[in-house]
Write a protein that binds this ligand. Structure first.
Ligand code: GDP
Ligand code: MG
Length: 424
């Protein structure tokens, strides 16, 4: 038996979905352990092209059981719509291959409303939220003002609980935001339309996973976003509201006693960052436009153009360390093929001094990047499947990153399709 966590090392959108889809071949169970429907994991395989938000990326493999752990933000409306979309393309989704933790909390329609109202209130100081209700959801979870999925199995009691919470949330929305649109009637309609449909999937997934561990099954834990969006160790407050780190996987999945065997850190061959927050290595103008277009860097969930930059060795080294990554998957190397000289951010200048430390968030705001250049290879590498077939300059680039971050790059992805991969 072995278990492995797949995480983003940087700001997210590194290609985790693509890597999970590839690697699930060897696993029996795939668990999402944090975050919610604000994820955008693009998967392209023989069944089509999918943008997964809450469903684990193992959903396309026939023999994989997919779990939404207690750590996720369970939005029944989004989940049901996603299940229906994916099923339309011929994918089987039943309580046999999708299980929802009875301990997962429900993301309610008012969380989305509150998220939008708060971002509007913040105006030019907004956090750059995807407006999926994630921050209000996790705040409420920690104030113990959410409904657990397992409660839904008793209709009468759960409806009573939801009624109580509606009264409380109405007070907040009316008094803080002057918004009167939260109504019990709407919540009842939402309950009838979506909540009923998730009930068959709810069970004690902790028990299921414990048994899977005991039976020697292979388990893959799938994270959302990346290190720099971690609520505790990221670019707070421009982070998400949960822990995106591998260390949180056993807790968010429901097996807090489990020791992790390996961690695959997914690193993109250059940097992208969606939304607000300090992004020291950011490129602008024509140079940025070219890279954004080459990498098709537009959000899978929001369609927003992603901010782009060269690979940031400082941020990546920090990400690898915080994730305790034991091996690296380097993605989108093919995107850099057009560059004659490839920029690399090798350090920062902060308060007049050079540093290779990922700084405290407010210090990052004023830091400037130190950029060096490596030679480009300037030819199509997207069909290459073997390390020694890569042009020397591409191998130099990979080896330079590997040396700089001190962790082995085992996988090199040169295209979005499942088999566009070089395994070293
Ligand atoms: P995730 O959120 O980490 O799963 O990443 P996203 O799916 O948001 O972003 C990665 C994007 O790059 C998706 O559109 C993938 O289809 C695409 N992609 C992944 N790996 C590669 C690669 O090696 N080359 C290219 N050209 N595209 C890739
Ligand atoms: Mg994404």
């Amino acid at each position: 038996m072995s278990n492995c966590v797949i995480v983003g090392v940087n700001w997210g959108d590194e290609g985790k979905g693509r890597m999970v889809d590839l690697l699930t071949e060897k696993y029996d169970v795939v668990v999402r352990y944090q975050g919610g429907g604000n994820a955008g994991h693009t998967v392209i395989n023989e069944k089509g092209k999918f943008a997964l938000h809450l469903l684990p990326s193992g959903i396309f493999r026939d023999n994989v059981v997919n779990i939404l752990g207690n750590g996720v933000a369970l939005d029944p409306e989004n989940l049901i719509k996603e299940i229906e979309n994916v099923k339309e393309k011929g994918i089987k989704i039943t309580p046999e291959n999708l299980k929802i933790s009875e301990r997962a909390s429900l993301l309610m329609p008012w969380h989305i409303k509150q998220d939008i109202l708060e971002e509007d209130r913040l105006k030019d100081k907004k956090y750059g939220s995807t407006k999926q209700g994630i921050a209000p959801f996790y705040s409420d979870k920690f104030q113990k003002k959410t409904v657990l999925a397992g409660e839904l199995l008793d209709d009468e009691k759960s409806i009573e609980h939801i009624k109580d919470l509606t009264k409380w949330k109405k007070l907040i929305l009316e008094n803080v935001y002057n918004d009167n649109s939260c109504s019990l009637g709407d919540i009842e309609t939402w309950y009838r339309t979506y909540v009923y449909k998730i009930k068959p999937f709810i069970c004690d997934t902790g028990e299921f996973l414990s048994k899977a561990v005991k039976d020697g099954k292979n388990i893959l834990f799938e994270a959302q976003l990346g290190t720099l969006r971690d609520i505790d160790f990221g670019i707070y407050p421009y982070t998400t509201s949960s822990n995106t780190l591998s260390a949180y996987a056993p807790i968010g999945a429901g097996v807090p006693f489990l020791r992790i065997d390996s961690v695959i850190g997914v690193v993109k061959a250059y940097s992208t960052c969606v939304g607000e927050g300090p992004f020291v290595c950011e490129m602008f103008g024509e140079e940025a436009e070219k890279l954004r277009t080459a990498g098709a860097e537009f959000g899978a969930k929001t369609g927003r153009p992603r901010r782009v930059g060269p690979i940031d060795i400082v941020a990546t080294k920090y990400g690898v360390k915080m994730q305790n990554a034991t091996e690296i998957a380097l993605t989108k190397l093919d995107v850099l093929s057009y560059m004659k000289k490839i920029p690399v951010c090798t350090g920062y200048i902060s308060e007049g001094k050079k540093t290779d430390r990922f700084l405290f968030p407010t210090k990052l705001e004023s830091a400037k990047p130190i950029i060096e250049y490596l030679d480009g290879w300037q030819c199509d590498i997207s069909k290459i499947k073997k390390w020694d077939k890569l042009p020397q300059k591409a191998r130099d680039y990979v080896e330079y990153i590997e040396k700089s971050i001190g962790t082995r790059i085992k996988y090199i992805s040169v295209g979005a399709e499942r088999d566009s991969i070089i395994i070293r």
